[in-house]
Design a protein around this ligand. Sequence first.
Ligand code: PLP
Length: 382
Amino acid sequence: MASKQYLMIPGPTPVPPKVVAAMSMPVIGHRTDEFGRMYKRIIENLKKVFQTKNDIFILTNTGTGALETAIANTVSPGDKVLSLITGNFGERFAKIARAYGAEVIEVCFGYGKDVDLNILEKKLKEHPDIKVVLATQNETSTGVVNDIAGIGALVGKTPALLLVDGVSGVGAIEIKADLWGVDILCTASQKALMLPPGLAVISVNDKASRVVEENKSPRFYFSIPAFKKVYDKWNTAYTPAVSLFFGLEAALEMMLAEGLECVYARHAMLAQATRAAVRALGLKLMAEDHCASNALTSVWGPEGVGADELRSIIRKKYGVSFAGGQAEVKGKIFRIAHMGYCDKMDVITAISALEMALAQAGHSFQMGEGVKAAQEVFLGRV
Ligand SMILES: Cc1ncc(COP(=O)(O)O)c(C=O)c1O
């Protein structure tokens, strides 16, 4: 295996040296003023990324813990939950709701497709007693981005809460939690926030807070009321991952110094170049054009060459890691992430490795065409 590694999977993603350096600072006590001041600065910056004025809590667990927090605090046994499923992570959100005793109405839109707002509108009319709607901003298993603004506008006309899994979207793709009517927004550290795994972030608005107070489901570690008790003192309910907080502060500073608009534009450009390259190599994209994610690109394995075989060549020969397919597309697709600490030359490296592996696997195509297509995008010629 090549010694130099290029991590192009949709989490964990590469961590910038500045963030690594910040995380190597000596650990401090979490009940100190120093920690409290840092916590406050981090929350202020997270509010800019989430575009919210509401409370934001940082949890020492992965993204699934944030999703479970959202469910445990809003779903009581027997509650009706509408789950908008566009892939594996939408299915996971539904599973958590079921684990908390919800009556889950699952609407599956198909792999590679996004949420159809007409169907959502119909479902909301059919079931006026829906208490919670679950949606995924960026479906990592398929590389599809959902129209959270559109979903929020429809759910906002009803008493239901909108819970959004933004684990792989927040920081790569714009989200306006308050303006778009997202009642609870969840994300995690190891994706576009450019940190190692271990932190999750959740915002909760007033509409959701009222439900949280009355919710019947048992919760302890995941209790939002417990987080709230110490929030005003700039403290956390339990021991936080202090070193990851140092890293989060540095990562947010980097994002805000670049400018959020520029961060989103960079992701859009990397996605455009990746898609252009994949098409130029004669491969098929999984996501429909109108909903293709700017955070990652899913590609069908070429005829006669297994997607996993291709990934294995790319990783073993060239040190580049792509992710494989999950659930019903396991072994059929590969996923190239371009989220977080990722730039033009990362995409060029990835496409170049893909071309060499395709050549070795006997796929017929014109060598260099993929790299050229990406370069044309970066040069602004298309
Ligand atoms: C959209 C989405 N939701 C939830 C998760 C689960 O997050 P974690 O693995 O951090 O628990 C992931 C992880 O890949 C994800 O991409």
